[in-house]
Each structure stands twice: as C-alpha cells, then as structure tokens.
Design a protein around this ligand. Structure first.
Ligand code: CAA
Length: 292
C-alpha cells in the first residue's frame, strides 16, 4: 500500500551511490545502514581527515560486531567495509544520486553545505537533510535546484528505530519525494510524510514529554525518580535519552519548539546548564547520575 502522500513509485530514481555530509555518530550510523541495506557505495565527508577517519572507523567496528554476532558473513563484512569510504572533499559526491547531510543543527551551516554540494553534484541528485527541526523550504530556497531537496529524518539508534520522517518543502518535486520513499523502504524503514513545521511530528510529541518531565524535576522530583517513573511507558528513561541523542540536540529541539509555541513547550534551564558545561548528559560514563 502506498504511504499517505507518497507519489507513484514509478517516479523514483535509481540510487547507486550515497553521499553523507558529516561523519559524526548519526552520520556514521546512517552510513552503515545505507551500505548494509542498499549495498551501494557510501562516502562520508567531513571538515578534516581526523573526523572522516573516525566516522569510517566507527562503521568498520560496527561491521566487525555484526560479523562476531554472525549477523553478516565474513565476505559480506569485507564487502561492507569496502563500500564505506571517507573523503574531506565533496567532489567525492560527483557521481552520487542521493546526498544527505547530518551536520550541526544550524540553518546557515546547512544552507552553506547544500550550496557547496550543488557545485559538484548532478542536477538530479537528491539533497536530503536529517534535520530534526529546521524549515526545509528555507533550507532549499537559495539553491539552483530547490526541487531536489527533501527532509529525511532518522531516529537514534538509526539501526534500530523503525521510522523515517519524510518532509516535503514548498519546492520538492514528485520524483524527489518518490525517490525518498523508495530509499526509505529499501532501508527497511516505515516512512511517513509529515508537514514542514517546527520539529515535524515525532520531536514535537517527544518535546511535550520531555518538557513535562523537565518541569517535574524543576519542581523538586529527583531525576532518578522521574526516570524510574517512565518504565512501562517508554523503552528509555527521558534523562538517559538526552544522553543518547546528545544534550545540545535535545536543547535545540526544546528551544525551537518553545520559540514556535511558547504556551505549549517548556525548556528547562537544567538542560541548558548541561549543554553550557559541555557535558554528555545528566549521567556520567559510569551510568551514575552526575551530582553537579
Ligand atoms: N546502535 C546499533 N544498535 C543498537 C544500539 C546502537 N546505538 N543500541 C542498541 N542497539 C541494538 C542492540 O544491538 C540490540 O539489537 P539485537 O536485539 O538485534 O541484538 C537492540 O538494539 C536492543 O538493544 P539492548 O537489548 O541493548 O537494549 P534495549 O532493549 O534497552 O534497547 C534501545 C535499546 C533500542 C536504544 C531502546 O532503549 C530504545 O528504543 N530507546 C529509545 C530510543 C529513542 O527514543 N530514540 C528516539 C530519540 S529522538 C531522535 O533520535 C530524534 C532527534 O531528532 C533527536
């Protein structure tokens, strides 16, 4: 059955090479998924060789883990390691059909990245964004081919979470949208078309959840109690989830939603403090609550 809002699949273009801008954790998880499920070359790019090498090393290490668990055979493991490569130059995207960015969550950064990609990619190559909150129409507006821009939003951990939100801008054409749906299906994900509005659907729902638990803690409930209260509702306690997605991303999402709908979304100052202190979350690496 065709997902609601998806164009006819005959409009989808063939995807034979993937480019990923950014080689951080989200980007590297995406690289592994694209390689494993689509079996096509994937190139990760970032600002310097160290970041690129770290991203590729993550993918190789995850492939080794899959091989150790018997999930992929040794030949497939070697194949996957061979098709995921890295580069510091976006010129590596010249023959890609689908480029997705997973860089810093800031409109100007994403616009610059897309403009740089347009210098090298073919006019029909899809430009997808993994943004969790930003306006896709605005992101595409200054490009030569805004019709090939689409939101393609994964959830962490990418290998496990079953959903991709697909977001159409005012410019996105049907071939781009059909290619996004076909690609998501190829990845084994359920794809839903969501409105281009602040934080789309999933993070808007999650934002209400996270805002309320932030308020409960600010009103005096200990974090451990608030987290423990979630057993049975969600698979991961909310303050643990902040560590998984990253406090800066969680804060950005809260602030975007608070700015768009101030009466409905609460952004706790405690989260802002964690981000300011450059901590990785409310819990330390030992899994114990950080007392500061
Ligand atoms: N990468 C790859 N695989 C992972 C993983 C990771 N980081 N973490 C867990 N897994 C896999 C495990 O390997 C395991 O797979 P198998 O069963 O095939 O062996 C499976 O997930 C279950 O893992 P565990 O048994 O270790 O632990 P669990 O049952 O507690 O599940 C979890 C872990 C899947 C992360 C689960 O706790 C969960 O679903 N948490 C909620 C995550 C969530 O809400 N994500 C959305 C965040 S919001 C977001 O991402 C949007 C945004 O824009 C910010």
């Amino acid at each position: 059955k065709r997902p609601a809002g998806a164009p006819d699949k005959s409009l989808a273009r063939k995807v034979t090479k993937i480019g990923i801008v950014g080689a951080g954790l989200m980007a590297s998880q995406m690289a592994l998924l694209f390689a494993r499920r689509l079996g096509v070359p994937v190139v990760l790019t970032d600002l310097d060789q160290e970041r690129v090498d770290k991203g590729v090393a993550y993918v190789h290490a995850e492939v080794d883990k899959l091989a150790d668990k018997g999930r992929v055979n040794p030949d497939k493991a070697n194949f996957l390691k061979g098709i995921v490569t890295g580069s510091t130059s976006k010129a590596a995207f010249a023959d890609a059909d689908f480029v997705i960015e997973a860089v810093f969550e800031e409109m100007s950064v994403k616009k610059t990245v897309f403009a740089q990609c347009e210098e090298v990619i073919s006019p029909e190559c899809i430009l997808a964004t993994n943004t969790s909150s930003l306006d896709i129409t605005q992101m595409a507006a200054d490009l030569k081919h805004p019709e090939r821009v689409v939101g393609f939003h994964f959830f962490n951990p990418v290998a496990v979470m079953p959903l991709v939100e697909i977001i159409k801008s005012e410019h996105t054409d049907d071939a781009t949208l059909a290619t996004a749906f076909a690609t998501g299906k190829g990845l084994g994900k359920t794809c839903i078309l969501v409105k281009n509005s602040p934080s789309f659907v999933v993070n808007r729902l999650l934002g209400r959840f996270m805002g309320e638990v932030g308020k409960i803690v600010d009103e005096g409930t200990p974090i451990e109690v608030a987290d423990a209260a979630f057993a049975g509702i969600a698979p991961m306690p909310p303050f643990v989830l902040i560590g998984l997605v990253g406090p800066a991303i969680a804060l950005h999402n809260n602030e975007t939603l608070h700015a768009a709908f101030p009466e409905r979304f609460y952004s706790s100052p405690n989260l802002a403090k964690v981000v300011e202190a450059k901590k990785t979350g409310f819990y330390g690496p030992d899994g114990k609550l950080d007392p500061s």
